[in-house]
Design a binder for this molecule. Structure first.
Ligand code: BUP
Length: 456
């Protein structure tokens, strides 16, 4: 055959939510005989990130990795993940020699949407085709691509009068679903990065999205329908759900789960980047006890895991801890989500709807009770509800807006765990998720076609 093997470099952004889909993509590409070089911004923010990376390289010795040493920053930020983006931006000129030195020469480069504006000028300068892996939903991608139009001052003025965002081609979206800084007049850093990254993503060679046809049909149609959203758009390829890999599983046995009846346990986790207030943590704990349901709960009250030194008793209080023992397993900070969602005892997921979590719940057919906390999560929660994977209590609000009380939490958990039709729908979604990445499935074809093109 006259086809050469494609050589692809991957550069992820900060945080597990951004890293995980890159790890899974690296594994998928390697399994299809693509040579992968993984570029690791160093140092990583969290322990979980460095562990996940070591596990990938241990399972796939054929994946090459290159450390990308980040230059120190003059003005550190109080959000470590945000600081990491700044570090990468600051150090980006070091990427050019690193990429040029790779052998065999690269066929393509794939990076995260949040790094697009930083990295594209560098890869363009060395004539490398530039792809973006969009690590959120296709729906969020439609918003992201339209954002520069919205941020235009005239559109912002009109927005004042309305509750919904109305842009040509974009489905109407309540303003309350969008992170407030993006809808403010004047400049702020989130806004500026969003605009710059959005423009660069629209100029890229192609956009890969961790989603699938039947899950987000309408948004995918909009994205690939010529000129509906923007005059010029690269092709948008759904390649998800990127399957969780064996290497991600931990050695730890969740023996507690093994002893619970099938489908009886609700898994409670709000992602790797959300720290709930102390008061909300306790209210949530009380709600779980009151719900009468069995639960496994990941408690997190610091953004970065390295900073978490306080014991569970300190956060939750001895007395509540004692009452939770009977029905629940409480874990500090981190549990291997793949171990949990794949376990037959788990029948529900009380989730923030980070996009990876949504795809993982779909993959395992676990129904969701959505409680979005920030960022893209309300948009994602809406998708979950509309497709029938779960429910979302919209009145709960997000961020530090309000405290949701124990009675409401208990009630909604009871409802979701008892909802039989939702359980069946979730199983149907699981079937579709497996089909689309299997031979002949849409996502499988999407990725294979890209790989063929890259190898030419
Ligand atoms: Br928390 C947690 N164990 O305890 P999301 C997360 N994860 O394996 P996020 C664990 O990290 P953003 C834990 O399976 C998923 O793959 C989880 O990504 C894994 O949310 C990933 O769900 C988390 O997208 O990021 O971390 O809040 O909001 O940036 O998408």
């Amino acid at each position: 055959s006259d086809r050469k093997l494609a050589h692809v470099a991957l550069l992820p952004s900060a945080g597990m939510g951004h890293l995980t889909p890159f790890l899974r993509l690296a594994a998928s590409l390697t399994l299809q005989n693509v040579q992968v070089t993984f570029i690791i911004p160093h140092p990583t923010v969290s322990l979980s990130e460095s562990q996940a990376l070591s596990q990938l390289f241990a399972s796939f010795p054929q994946i090459k990795h290159q450390q990308f040493h980040l230059l120190p920053l003059d003005n550190p930020s109080d959000d470590p993940f945000f600081e990491h983006f700044q570090l990468i931006k600051n150090s980006s000129r070091l990427l050019s020699p690193l990429l040029s030195a790779l052998n065999p020469p690269l066929s393509v480069f794939i990076t995260d949407m949040s790094l697009a504006s930083t990295v594209t000028p560098i890869t363009e300068a060395i004539s490398l085709p530039n792809y973006v892996l969009f690590t959120s939903s296709a729906k969020m991608l439609t918003f992201f691509l339209c954002y520069p139009t919205l941020a235009d001052s005239k559109a912002m003025d009109e927005l004042d009068e309305m509750d919904v965002i109305k842009i040509r081609g974009l489905e109407l979206m309540p303003k309350s679903w969008i992170p407030p800084p993006l809808l403010k007049k004047g400049n702020n850093i989130l806004k500026t990065s969003f605009i710059e990254d959005s423009r660069k993503v629209a100029e890229s060679s192609g956009i890969l999205v961790n989603t699938f046809e039947s899950f987000e049909q309408e948004s995918l149609r909009k994205l690939n329908d010529c000129q509906l959203l923007l005059e010029r758009l690269p092709s948008v390829v759904a390649i998800g759900p990127l399957p969780p890999c064996d290497f991600e599983k931990s050695q730890l046995q969740l023996t507690w789960l093994d002893d619970q009846p099938a489908g009886s346990v609700v898994y409670v986790s709000f992602g790797s980047r959300t720290a709930l207030s102390r008061d909300q943590v306790r209210e949530l704990g009380e709600g779980l006890v009151r719900s009468g349901s069995r639960f496994i709960w990941v408690v997190k009250d610091k953004k970065v895991d390295r900073e978490d030194n306080e014991g569970l008793e300190g956060v939750i209080g001895d007395e509540l801890m004692e009452r939770m023992k009977e029905k629940g397993l409480v874990v500090r900070n981190w549990v291997n989500q793949e171990d949990v969602l794949s376990h037959p005892a788990v029948g529900g997921f009380f989730s923030h709807c980070g996009w990876n979590s949504v795809m993982e719940a779909a993959w395992h057919g676990v129904k969701i009770l959505a409680w979005p906390q920030h960022g893209d999560q309300k948009v994602n929660a809406d998708i979950v509800e509309r497709i029938g994977l779960g429910t979302w209590v919209k009145s709960w609000g997000w961020g530090e807006e309000m405290i949701v009380n124990r009675a409401e939490i208990a009630e909604k958990i009871g409802e979701i765990m008892g909802n039989e039709s939702l359980r069946i729908q979730a199983l149907g979604i699981k079937e579709e998720a497996r089909k689309t990445v299997g031979v002949g499935g849409c996502s499988n074809k999407g990725l294979s076609e890209l790989i063929n093109m890259w190898g030419k």
